[in-house]
Design a protein. Structure first.
Length: 398
């Protein structure tokens, strides 16, 4: 999810404030002799104090470049250590102090929390730990302080990262449960509509059948031709109404019994049908089709069928490329056709309702997916559907 501009500004301001605060803290701690500050500071000491302030200022980019912050503070600490020994250009007032600024605590936190490459982050923190502990100049106090200073940040980072992942998992589970409730409600409404239609069929059929029988009896017993003709017309209209009502209710009953639309296994048949009618069509599948749930597979099948139908109507002579990517979290279907080589038939192009893509978009969005359809840069047309690989209610008809 994209961050709001006001949130980004607020975050940057907070990071800058933290960097300034740590810079002031380390400057004050150094001046009181708690780190590397000498009893009689010279020009080099004041220069290094300014460099330390700048190094602490790198905390302002600890979110976007955490390894850079570790590198800057580690390099400064190593430089101070070398100037003290073996160069001897600085003589600290207290040799048992740690030369590293307190900013290293926050710097060690960043790589494990803000970077996805954990191995590289661990290597960077380990290198910083070695520089801060100074194992080549062994001192129990210095090594203990250095280890604690670089270990607290990573431990907190691991804790907060695990907590963040757990919260994200709980939020995703809640969203899935909400989608499940929504889909179950849609199914219940569809089943209720089918039940009402059946009941209406029973009631209306009974009454219309009586009318047909009475019209037939009137046609037989009527004495004049006009009455017999009117009765026959009434009987024929009633029979036609019964046939149409039976067909409609049959469709509703079939829909309520389940959706038998093929899933991703039917893609090959659609491609073969397209090739059989003279449209060069190529199917490229990446990943394992078993990752897609039955509901998602049926929606993807409808999208592919509608896209290929539109190609036959509106892009005669075009070549079609169908790419399906199966991933653990999503299914991505892309149907792209090249520009047509001839003008489409007006009768064929106008035979549809024009609602195919909008209806598909509603189905896709019902499972929190996304459908895009529009012209491509080469003059052709593309339909792209991105669907979640799993919908909790796998048996649900969509």
């Amino acid at each position: 999810m994209a961050e709001a501009p006001w949130y980004r500004v607020h975050r940057v301001a907070l990071d800058v404030a933290i960097a300034v605060a740590f810079g002031l803290l380390d400057t004050g701690v150094t001046l009181v002799g708690a780190t590397w500050w000498p009893d009689h500071p010279g020009t080099l000491a004041w220069v290094m104090l300014g460099v330390q302030a700048l190094a602490c200022g790198s905390l302002a980019v600890r979110r976007t470049a955490p390894l850079t912050v570790v590198g800057v503070l580690g390099t400064f600490t190593l430089a101070v250590t070398l100037l003290i020994s073996p160069v001897g250009a600085l003589t600290p007032a207290h040799h048992e102090n740690s030369w590293a600024p307190f900013s290293t605590v926050l710097a060690a936190y960043g790589p494990l929390f803000y970077r996805h490459n954990r191995r590289r982050a661990l290597v960077a923190v380990a290198a910083l730990t070695v520089v801060v502990m100074r194992p080549w100049d062994p001192s129990v106090t210095v090594m203990t302080i250095g280890l604690l200073r670089t270990a607290v940040g990573p431990l907190l980072a691991l804790y907060f990262d695990a907590r963040r992942r757990m919260v994200c998992a709980l939020v995703e589970r809640a969203e899935r449960a909400e989608r499940e409730q929504h889909l179950l409600a849609e199914q219940a409404r569809a089943e209720e509509r089918a039940r009402l239609a059946v009941e209406m069929h029973d009631v209306v059929t009974h009454r219309v059948s009586l009318m047909v029988l009475q019209a037939g009896a009137l046609r037989v017993t009527a004495k004049d031709e006009a009455t017999r003709q009117a009765a026959e017309d009434l009987r024929a209209a009633g029979c036609q109404a019964l046939d149409e009502l039976r067909d409609v209710v049959g469709i509703l009953r079939a829909a309520s019994d389940g959706d038998h639309t093929p899933s991703v296994g039917g893609f090959d048949n659609l491609i073969a049908e397209s090739v059989a009618v003279g449209i060069p069509t190529e199917l490229i599948q990446e990943g394992d089709p078993a990752l897609a749930s039955p509901v998602v597979g049926r929606i993807a099948y409808r999208v592919l069928r509608e896209a290929l139908t539109n190609v036959r109507k509106h892009a005669p002579g075009a070549r079609v490329t169908v790419r399906v990517e199966y991933e653990e979290a999503r299914l991505r279907l892309t149907v792209h056709n090249t520009p047509p080589t001839s003008r489409p038939s007006i009768a064929l192009a106008g035979s549809g309702s024009g609602l195919g893509i909008p209806h598909l978009r509603q189905r896709v969005e019902l499972v929190q997916g996304r459908l895009r359809a529009g012209p491509g840069p080469d003059g052709g047309f593309s339909v792209e559907a991105t669907l979640p690989a799993h919908v909790p209610t796998a048996e649900l008809t969509v």
